[in-house]
Design a protein around this ligand. Structure first.
Ligand code: 5RP
Length: 308
């Protein structure tokens, strides 16, 4: 039985003020429930309000991708520098150590391949499995303006309902597809639709007049990387994106297809979390590349002392 003798009387009271639990660092998220906010905070860091997500889900429609052939090899050195991993449940279960503390945004849409119509995609991972896998978020592609727009938007609405029921935020991936125009008009249209439908985070491409996209989207935006660019160009794009309102990046090929993936993710972190200028960040990449390529100095084999 609990010892009730000598219990101290409660004296501390709080009559006014909001308290530390009231504020939240992300736009459009202040009214979410605690579990949602906690998961959002695991994906987008409260100390900077930013995130470097590493996107490695490409195989779900394009099979083995250059740089992602053997997932453990790619992931092992990068995981310590990623705020979050975006990947499929197949890769999570086969190639990520369960002791990994990095939050996971699970790709939950699919159903097509690079050989067919890209927009023919739907919701393909049950929320129960996301819970089982301890996902911090769920990522789903919507194909606004494409052949299967309606199908993806309807499935997206169902996912949003399930996400709210489980307390798992949904990240909408917008503007993928071969013929999608990547300008502010289209990207703001698709990002806004995603947010109106209930997305908690939107992933979209950088474009001219990007503030039109970030400024008309009521939830945080992360910038998609896109095809591999020279490192400085990729850093410049990330710098412009965060300066113009993105909360970070969800980048894949520009990191893992770099000749120094660790150098590149460190440089991207400097831009995203410290607002480092692209040229300064490039130096981080170059230094890391040099260090990792430098021949390892062999320790001199110590000879056993001769016995006298
Ligand atoms: C496409 C995705 C991918 O995760 C993402 O676009 C790939 O990243 P990157 O373009 O930077 O290689 O969401 O469906």
């Amino acid at each position: 039985m609990a010892d009730i003798e000598g219990l101290r009387e409660a004296k501390d009271v709080k009559i006014s003020g909001t308290g530390s639990a009231a504020g939240f660092h992300l736009k459009g998220s202040a009214h979410l429930d605690w579990g949602m906010k906690n998961r959002m905070s695991r994906i987008i860091k409260p100390d900077t309000g930013r995130t470097v997500m590493l996107a490695v889900d490409h195989g779900y429609f394009q099979g083995p991708t250059s740089g992602l052939e053997v997932m453990e090899k790619t992931l092992e050195p990068l995981i310590p520098y990623a705020d979050c991993l975006m990947l499929t449940r197949g890769i999570l279960r086969t190639s990520v150590p369960p002791g990994c503390q990095t939050p996971i945004v699970l790709r939950v849409s699919g159903g097509q391949s690079v050989l067919t119509e890209l927009s023919n995609e739907t919701w393909n991972v049950d929320v129960d499995d996301c819970i089982r896998l301890n996902a911090a978020g769920m990522a789903f592609s919507i194909y606004v303006g494409a052949q299967h727009e309606h199908q993806t938007l309807v499935a997206f609405s169902d996912l949003i309902d399930a996400g709210y029921a489980a307390g798992i935020p949904v990240l909408a991936v917008t503007a993928v597809g071969r013929e999608m125009a990547r300008d502010a008009r289209y990207l703001s249209l698709s990002s806004r639709i995603a947010a109106e439908m209930g997305a908690n985070i939107v992933k979209t491409y950088y474009c001219q007049n990007f503030t039109k996209v970030t400024g008309t989207c009521p939830v945080p935006i992360v910038m998609a990387g896109g095809k591999k660019l020279p490192e400085l160009e990729a850093l410049e794009m990330a710098f412009k994106a965060v300066s113009e309102g993105a909360v970070g990046v969800d980048m894949g090929r520009n990191i893992f297809q770099s000749d120094s993936p660790v150098g590149m993710i460190k440089a991207v972190r400097a831009v995203v979390h410290c607002n480092e200028k692209p040229k300064t960040a490039l130096k981080i990449y170059e230094d890391e590349k040099k260090t990792s390529k430098a021949p390892k100095v062999k320790a001199k084999a110590s000879r056993p002392k001769s016995r006298k």
